[in-house]
Write a protein that binds this ligand. Structure first.
Ligand SMILES: [Zn+2]
Length: 463
């Protein structure tokens, strides 16, 4: 891993996201061995020798953003998905998923995580729904560790797996043997990505839930529409509660068709919900942010996939959802600061990391994003939180620090001399992937496939 230095971030406006600290308009942040040691106007007084000073006048510093659901493996599909016949996300995904090789999984994840760094995202939940072999899982985990970022790897089935086949539960049980805490560097943990009762029969989901819970692994699942019952509009969250499948260890994704009683079931069981505003609005419907927050549900935000109309521009996501909620519900509770909370401490809480990251608090790890507030799109400005959500963009991100390591500086990703450029690798691996799929007769997908709206209900649930 890249070397870690002690850091002094000097003269920044701190938006701590810690209610006990609040905003500090002109403060220093002292970081030692990757841990936030001190914050405040006089943190520099405790400056140890050998510290690397980051002059941060004219900036705002936030906790690193937390993404809670991202299919890193299909990042190579960016540029292949479109609006014409046969180019919708689901058709492309199904055509290409089986042609990815080990190196493709590694570089897809490295590429996406490099984009995460660029966008100030320092924690990513990798929801892997194309684990074709244990080695594929290992390639994803290695890529995550090599990226310098923090997160969770959730072990799913291969793409288009038959509904009567469980995830590889034997290998799931071996993960913590292959990957010890020494390997994981305190930055990665594991979960399991399940399809749930609306896509798999009881003998599958019951065994999967039981295994996950016996291993102490958190569960994540997509929730869109109910498949197994006529007339059912949602994935059946009330029924999931009755079956004992919800709880604090379960993260439900999307839930855009949840009814009032579904949302009540989520709140009662303290089930987490991850919303992906841009992909939801593209293929499913409006995210129910206002309704979920009003019911007291633990909500966080996610990108979902780079193959759809998405990039790691989280500030763009915040701007989209604040505008949509203004038009849809007009809720006064959906403020720029509430959204920054969703993107930081609430994401950390979803992943069980709120004591480690998610706010700028002494004793927590140093996952930080520093943005230039003197850039033309952010001036003149009042409250910097308003400015960032209403007009902020990736170009404003000057420095990104993950676990005390500086991964972006002066607006550029930092690559060591022996680092391979993930952008070049993603491009060459994507081209080779398409050539292999074409040689097998899978690419381009057969003509005559309907353009949008093409996904079946079942496919929608797999986003
Ligand atoms: Zn998804």
């Amino acid at each position: 891993m890249r070397q870690r230095h002690d850091l002094l971030i000097a003269g920044t406006h701190v938006i701590s996201m810690d209610p006990a600290i609040g905003d500090l308009p002109h403060a220093d942040i002292l970081v030692r061995d990757g841990e936030i040691i001190d914050i405040g106007p006089h943190a520099s007084d405790r400056q140890p020798g050998g510290v690397q000073v980051i002059a941060a006048e004219g900036t705002v510093t936030l906790p690193g953003f937390v993404d809670t659901h991202w299919h890193l493996w299909n990042s190579l599909l960016r540029g292949t998905v479109g609006d014409s016949a046969g180019t919708d996300y689901f058709t492309v995904k199904r055509a290409l998923a089986r042609h990815l090789k080990l190196d493709d999984f590694y570089w897809a994840a490295r590429f996406a995580l490099a984009e995460a760094v660029n966008g100030g995202i320092t924690t990513v939940h990798n929801f892997d729904h194309n684990v074709r072999s244990p080695r594929d899982a290992d390639a994803n985990i290695q890529a995550h560790l090599d990226s310098g970022l923090r997160g969770r790897f959730s072990y799913g089935p291969p793409d288009s797996a038959p509904s009567d086949r469980t995830n590889d539960l034997d290998d799931l049980a071996k993960l913590r043997v292959r990957w010890t805490s020494d390997h994981l560097d305190g930055r990665l943990d594991f979960g399991v990505a399940l399809r749930g009762p609306y896509r798999t029969p009881p003998e599958v989901y019951e065994r999967e839930w039981k295994t996950a819970r016996s291993l102490g692994l958190p569960i994540t699942m997509h929730c869109d529409r109910c498949l197994r019952e006529e007339g059912c509009r949602s994935c059946g969250l009330v029924r999931l509660e009755q079956l004992g499948l919800l709880g604090e260890d379960v993260q439900v994704i999307h839930a855009v068709h949840a009814e009032e009683d579904d949302i009540a079931a989520l709140a009662r069981t303290r089930t987490r919900v991850s919303l992906s505003p841009l992909t939801e609005m593209r293929t499913m419907g409006f995210p129910l942010l206002t309704e979920l927050l009003e019911a007291g549900v633990q909500v966080s935000l996610s990108l979902d996939t780079l193959a759809m109309p998405t990039s790691a521009d989280l500030l763009g996501h915040l701007r989209a959802i604040i505008s949509v909620e203004a038009a849809r519900t007009g809720s006064p509770a959906i403020t720029p600061r509430r959204l920054l909370q969703l993107a930081t401490i609430d994401g950390a809480r979803d992943l069980g990391l709120h004591d480690t990251i998610g706010s700028i608090t002494p004793g927590k790890r140093a996952d930080l994003v520093i943005l230039r507030t003197s850039d033309i799109n952010l001036v003149p400005s009042g409250d910097p939180a308003h400015a960032l959500v209403y007009t902020g963009q990736i170009d404003n991100i000057d420095t990104v620090i993950a676990d005390g390591r500086v991964l972006k500086r002066h607006g550029r990703l930092i690559l060591d001399e022996d680092d391979i450029d993930p952008i070049a690798m993603a491009t060459s691996h994507r081209d080779a992937l398409l050539r292999r799929a074409a040689a097998a007769g899978d690419w381009p997908p057969p003509a005559g496939v309907a353009a949008t709206p093409s996904p079946t209900t079942e496919e929608r649930s797999l986003l």
